[in-house]
Design a protein around this ligand. Structure first.
Ligand code: MG
Length: 397
């Protein structure tokens, strides 16, 4: 069995260096709170069972306001937030203690809320590293020459940069050793750690590295916000993706279509719940992103998707668009079958798709047709769906 994974998002900082009156994790970036941007890819990653945010004292209202911007179905995956402490170290420990109190065991990814450009790919690398090591951190090679200076700025020595790396988050840890290291550091009043791997080093653990991501910018100074806004304000280009899916009828008494359970004299053969509509829509979005297909992200060979509810596939693809700084303009769906009758369920299907993808109802079209008794759908052997997604993505650099 794969061990459980939790993500702990540290959002307790006051962010004074970044200027402005609100802590930086609650400032808006491209119209969306920084915290929401940071949370989205963690909430979209189905291997992460629990996402917990550590907030600053007195930030409860800011936190509630911010997470209200997340689509309802993804917001539901957030664990209750935990109030942090004076220092980052205190805050992480508070989050770990909350997980311990809930009986958590497994691996934990610790990530700073002030890094809103964390990519799904980087999270995947952290997950892979967490399966191999008790402690692993994303690292980037140092390309500039690095010097050590004295108090008045005179160079004392040139450091060999081959031995240096820049370190980011998310950092991946086995939960128990990290909790033990934090408790020990607290008991020993050992402080001044700027990340969790330093606490693991202090506790005598070896820390592995994996490839970081140069785009995983940390918002620290006002200039960082300007740079981030510029990145997000690149012109958007329209892209259109298509998707198609078929499932064969089998014995059963219902089918899932667009996330709605519809009673029928047959069921479908499928590895997941066999929702052709959600599968076609997921592929349409992934197609528009040129980011593989449903099978490459959710392999049928993986037992965890057996009987899976397909809403998570569509939610994943929709988050993937937002993660790239894009937006979904419209989803359109055509279901092809002789039965069940889709018309009576059309509005429920549109509403459910809108809810899953985080869209308004007027951004989702759904239609159904028979195929005039021709072909496999006409013979009532199966059900098919075609989908189109229209999205806008920032122009690539
Ligand atoms: Mg399918």
């Amino acid at each position: 069995m794969t061990p459980a994974v939790a993500a702990l998002i540290v959002a307790a900082g006051r962010g004074l260096r970044a200027g402005a009156d609100a802590p930086k994790q609650y400032r808006r970036l491209g119209g969306v709170p920084v915290l929401c941007r940071t949370l989205a890819p963690f909430l979209a990653e189905s291997r992460i069972g629990s996402v917990l945010v550590v907030t600053g004292a007195g930030d409860a209202e800011r936190y509630d306001d911010a997470i209200r911007q997340l689509p309802e179905n993804t917001r539901a995956r957030l664990a209750a937030s935990v109030e942090g402490g004076e220092t980052r170290q205190d805050s992480v420990r508070a989050g770990l203690e909350a997980l311990a109190a809930a009986g958590f065991a497994g691996s934990v990814l610790v990530h700073d809320a002030a890094r809103p450009f964390v990519s799904s790919a980087l999270i995947e690398r952290a997950l892979a590293a967490s399966a191999e090591h008790a402690a692993a951190i994303p690292a980037l090679a140092v390309t500039d020459t690095v010097k050590r200076i004295d108090a008045v700025g005179r160079v004392e020595e040139t450091l060999p940069r081959e031995q240096l790396v820049f370190v980011q988050t998310p950092q991946a840890f086995a939960f128990q050793p990290l909790l033990a290291a934090h408790r020990a550091a607290h008991a020993a009043a050992a402080g001044g750690f700027t990340d969790d791997s330093a606490i693991m080093e202090w506790a005598g653990h070896r820390v592995a590295t994996f490839a970081g991501d140069p785009m995983n910018l940390k918002l620290t100074y006002p200039g960082d916000f300007e740079q981030a806004e510029q990145r997000l304000s690149r012109p958007l280009v329209t892209r259109i993706g298509t998707g198609y899916d078929v499932h064969a009828f089998a014995d059963g008494d219902h089918v899932w279509l667009g996330g709605v359970r519809i009673p029928h004299s047959r069921g479908v053969t499928a590895h997941s719940d066999g929702d052709v509509a959600l599968h076609a829509l997921t592929d349409a979005l992934l197609g528009a992103l040129a980011d593989g297909d449903i099978g490459s992200h959710f392999p049928p060979s993986d037992p965890q998707w057996r009987g899976a509810s397909s809403d998570r596939f569509l939610a994943f693809a929709a988050e993937r668009v937002r993660q790239r700084g894009g937006r979904i303009d419209h989803l359109d769906l055509t279901i092809v079958c002789e039965g069940p009758k889709v018309g009576p369920h059309r509005d429920a299907i549109r509403a459910r798709i809108a809810e899953i993808a985080g869209l308004r109802l007027d951004q989702v079209g759904a239609k159904a047709t028979t195929s005039e008794r021709l072909g496999f759908t006409g013979r009532g052997e199966g059900i098919a769906a075609l989908a189109t997604a229209t999205i806008r993505l920032p122009e690539s650099e």
